[in-house]
Design a binder for this molecule. Structure first.
Ligand code: TZP
Ligand code: MG
Length: 211
């Protein structure tokens, strides 16, 4: 069963984000306390085929070692092949109904929403959580929509009520108090964890700022 506490600090990463090896970064983040991990492998340098599956197994093993739920972005087949805990789908990916039809019952589904309408539909279709953003401008998603800011994030939260929500896009540790204040379950983060010199310090700073 999906637990909303897993959204507190949701680290998203992959091999294609960085020239150096990504596994030590992922391990440092897991060890320091990120509460969920998403494998998101995109762009011109993305691993593919068996290389992606082999990499995915290594990431999943790390997540298991640190008892952190493991989510795969976009790719249902990869999620099933790896035995992921959940899958994350964007607005352009397969629908939640299609995903539920093929995924094992215990696998949870997260949906991205950029606006209120998408969030309401995701809730109605039974998303286990909704990823809302981008909150701020981000350099990490090439096709990111216009940032929505905190006021629209709050409006979405007011409409979807109890459905677990994680904010995404340009978030830093200093944003955590406002997420808490608005009853947003947490932050999904790429660069402010994955691109930091001191990954562990960044994770600790995020976690200790949600207060
Ligand atoms: N979806 C909306 S913004 C974004 C994604 C995947 C990128 C978030 O990355 P960062 O570096 O935390 O802004
Ligand atoms: Mg997607």
């Amino acid at each position: 069963m999906f637990q909303r506490e897993w959204l507190r600090l949701y680290f998203i990463f992959g091999e294609a984000y960085i020239e150096e090896a990504s596994l030590p970064i992922i391990e440092a983040a897991l060890k320091s306390g990120v509460t969920m991990f998403q494998l998101r492998e995109k762009g011109p340098f993305a691993l593919k085929g068996t290389a992606l599956i082999e990499y995915g197994y290594k990431v999943k093993a790390l997540c298991r070692q640190y008892r952190v739920p493991f989510v795969v972005n976009d790719d249902l087949e990869l999620a099933m092949a790896l035995g992921a805990d959940g899958v994350h789908l964007g607005q352009d990916d397969v629908s939640i109904e299609q995903a539920r039809a093929v995924l094992p019952k215990e696998m949870f589904i997260g949906i991205s929403a950029t606006n209120l309408e998408e969030a309401i539909i995701a809730k109605k279709r039974g998303a286990d959580y909704i990823g809302v953003g981008p909150i701020y401008p981000t350099l990490t998603k090439a096709d990111a929509k216009i940032p929505i800011g905190f006021s629209r994030l709050k409006a979405i939260k007011d409409h979807v009520g109890d459905t677990p929500i994680v904010a995404i896009g340009g978030l830093r540790a200093r944003d955590m108090p406002r997420l808490k204040k608005y009853h947003i379950d947490g932050a999904a983060v790429i660069s402010e964890i994955g691109y930091q010199q001191d990954v562990s310090a960044s994770v600790i700073s995020f976690l200790s700022s949600y207060n």
